[in-house]
Design a binder for this molecule. Structure first.
Ligand SMILES: NC(=O)CC[C@H](N)C(=O)O
Length: 209
């Protein structure tokens, strides 16, 4: 695999906003590919796990024989980016989930599902994103949350990239990175702002996996 110029980045295509991520990755300079089987997973330099329903995704991973190969590639350092349900899938500890839901243990965070409350199922805000909005003149990032999780706690190996700037959930952590794994509670693929996808494409290039 040659990740130097145009990394091949998969989107786990079991459910959720797969098309939007494929388009965002193409805009961000990657060669996008859908991943539904182990052979397709073996062929990518990095993987996006989109939003959807983490308990359903957990089931489908098992049914399609993707769970073990995906854990193995993550353990070997394959870069991954999870948004919303994807963040939940990547986490080591999940609060408010079903006891039989399986996850990928690639990110040392405790994440709470549907954390923003059922009344406020979805909302938008502008936030600062470390490494993306921190140069003078960079506009803030529009973040769209849909029945989103938040990160309840992290270990020292995890870098906080974004927090909720205001309101009842002020300061809750909503974007993190640990080595080659990136996760956001929100959905950058729906706004047309490609900066998070460019950040991830750059991670994949740098990893050279
Ligand atoms: N937009 C989303 O991905 C929502 C995540 C969903 N609430 C879950 O728990 O999996």
């Amino acid at each position: 695999m040659n990740a130097a110029h145009n990394p091949r980045i998969g989107v786990l295509a079991l459910q959720g906003d797969v098309r939007e991520h494929l388009a965002a990755l193409a805009d961000a300079g990657a060669e996008p590919a859908t991943v539904r089987r182990p052979s397709e997973l073996a062929d990518v330099d990095g993987l996006v796990i989109p939003g959807g329903e983490s308990t359903t995704m957990s089931n489908l991973l098992g049914v399609l024989d993707l769970y073990d190969p995906l854990r193995e590639r993550l353990a070997a350092g394959m870069p991954a980016y999870g948004s919303c349900a994807g963040m939940i899938m990547l986490a080591t500890t999940i609060l408010d989930t079903r006891p039989d839901a399986r996850h990928l243990d690639a990110l040392d965070i405790t994440v709470r599902r549907n954390a923003f409350g059922r009344q406020v199922e979805s909302f938008e805000t502008d936030l600062q994103f470390r490494g993306v909005t921190d140069r003078a003149g960079d506009p803030p990032m529009r973040a769209v949350f849909i029945r989103a999780p938040w990160v309840e706690s992290i270990t020292p190996d995890v870098q906080v990239l974004a927090r909720v700037p205001e309101g009842p959930a002020k300061d809750r952590i909503v974007a993190v990175r640990q080595n080659n794994v990136l996760a956001t509670s929100f959905h950058p693929e729906v706004t047309g702002d490609r900066r998070v996808h460019r950040y991830f494409v750059e991670m994949v290039r740098e990893s050279g996996v």
